[in-house]
Design a protein around this ligand. Structure first.
Ligand code: ARG
Length: 468
């Protein structure tokens, strides 16, 4: 037997595996990331085997200690299984057998790699979801701090990327706070369906041994066990849901990234990029580029790709386990790494990567007709039907454009010529500050509303996140 991989399988096999097939089959290169979860799940399995009397309590204890030794060896860099070990599960069993002799071979009683890999993947994802939720909190904190500084800053609000109505910059930033809040909640919802134990489903049909699935589930902190063994070993909807939630996080990050890219362009000039987070050009000395938000926007495609990829892997699979399922892991691992890095980078950009330009913003909100709705609202409040007021103001805007004027340039006689209801208070009603302040409906951009929304956002983050 010159090929160690051939030694894995039963005496049914007479020749060694082709070396190319060894490589092709192996998942150890990436599923090594599951190692600590595999050890924990195996320890629970061993304890259960001891508890129900499938092995003796002493044997169970020895298995648990042997697995603990592997954990230490791994943490100290001594256990580094190579590609000749097909996957992390076989690598652990082999090392355990080196340590404990024949006893190591008892660990796999009453389980299969199929329920094992499902268990490990869920434990991994459960941990990662918690870490992602913490990172979302950091992003929210950065958004709220920035919003607090800019409650009174006014920025053009857009629809169709055309100037529409001015808004408080805090209101704009808090929109992303709320998206992140739903992302956080969505991950929590997904976690509920990740946290179900498939351990004990066996290869596909359960096991003839008197196992205690509730016990292993409880040891591993699962909320429930899969009620159907075929479903338990072949379900990956928990992974799809996670990839969906991760994709939506990326949609939100990407939209924010796109706005920062636009805002930092010379055409907008709403923010400047600080030297901490921007990069230069290798040829154009004057350039300062928004590489970080661009990368976030770019990496979004990659995460969507993983969701699409796993959907396609799953759609044609007959029950139960098929090796195709090994393909779920790189999608999950890369998604986790990518989303984590993007959340971190965007948080840093918000904290110290952008500086809003108050003068430019003030100029921007004063240079257009974004207060036209307020003129119509003014008349509507005085009893003119809104649609009539809307049409009148439309004519007025056209005349102003023809004459190169803004609404605020009109004289009182000009206003009154248009409609007798206009009085001197029209000037105050159409200043950008008043236009924003007036929108005091619940959830609107009125300063009083935004102040309340900020208080609520801070209360939601709470003292645990550095806010009181
Ligand atoms: N490496 C495999 C995976 O990731 C583990 C399960 C193997 N099961 C099997 N029946 N070949 O899916």
């Amino acid at each position: 037997m010159d090929n160690p991989a051939a030694g894995t399988w039963s005496q049914r096999f007479t020749t060694t595996l082709h070396p190319a097939i060894v490589q092709f089959n192996a998942s150890i290169g990436f599923d090594i990331q599951l190692l600590t979860y595999d050890l924990t799940a195996s320890q629970a399995h061993a304890q259960m085997l001891g508890k129900v009397g499938i092995i003796s309590p002493t044997e169970a204890q020895q298995l648990v200690s042997g697995l603990e030794q592997i954990r230490q060896e791994f943490l100290q860099g001594q256990f580094r299984p190579g590609p000749d070990q097909e996957d992390v599960h076989l690598a652990v069993e082999r090392r355990l057998t080196e340590i404990l002799g024949d006893l190591g071979k008892k660990l796999h009683t009453a389980r299969s790699r199929n329920d094992q890999v499902g268990t490990d993947t869920r434990l991994y994802l459960r941990d990662q979801i918690q870490q992602l939720q913490q990172q979302l909190r950091q992003l929210q904190l950065a958004l709220v701090s920035l919003a607090r500084q800019h409650l009174e800053t006014i920025i053009p609000g857009y629809t169709h990327l055309q100037r529409a109505q001015p808004v408080s910059l805090a209101h704009h930033l808090l929109a992303y706070f709320h998206m992140a809040q739903r992302d956080w909640e969505r991950l929590g919802d997904v976690a509920g369906r990740v946290n179900i134990s498939p351990l004990g489903c066996g290869a596909l049909a359960g096991t003839p041994f008197p196992i205690d699935r509730q016990y292993t589930a409880q040891l591993l902190g699962f909320d429930q066990v899969y009620a159907n063994s075929l479903d338990g070993v072949s379900d990956r909807d928990f992974a799809l849901e996670f990839l969906g939630a991760a994709s939506i996080i990326m949609v939100h990050l990407s939209r924010l990234a796109e706005e920062i890219i636009l805002w930092s362009s010379q055409e907008f000039g709403f923010v400047t990029l600080t030297d901490r987070c921007a990069t230069g050009s290798s040829i154009m000395p004057q350039k300062k580029n928004p590489d970080v938000p661009e990368l976030v926007r770019g990496k979004t495609g990659r995460v969507f790709g993983h969701l699409q990829g796993l959907l396609v892997v799953m759609k044609g699979l007959p029950l139960a386990y098929n090796k195709d399922l090994q393909e779920d892991k790189e999608a999950l691992f890369d998604t986790v790494t990518t989303v984590k890095s993007c959340l971190e980078a965007m948080t840093v950009v918000l904290q110290e990567g952008i500086e809003f330009q108050p003068e430019r913003l003030e100029q921007a909100v004063g240079e257009d007709f974004a207060n036209a709705t307020d003129v119509a609202d003014y008349l509507a409040r005085k009893g003119v039907p809104f649609r009539d007021a809307y049409n009148l103001v439309g004519q007025l805007v056209r005349t102003c454009i023809e004459q190169g004027k803004l609404l605020s340039d009109l004289t009182l006689p000009q206003w009154q010529a248009l409609h007798p209801q206009f009085a001197a208070d029209i000037y105050q009603a159409i200043t950008p500050r008043q236009v924003v302040a007036a929108r005091n409906s619940y959830g609107g951009t009125g300063f009083a509303q935004v102040r309340q929304a900020l208080d609520q956002a801070e209360a939601l983050l709470g003292p645990a996140h550095g806010l009181v």
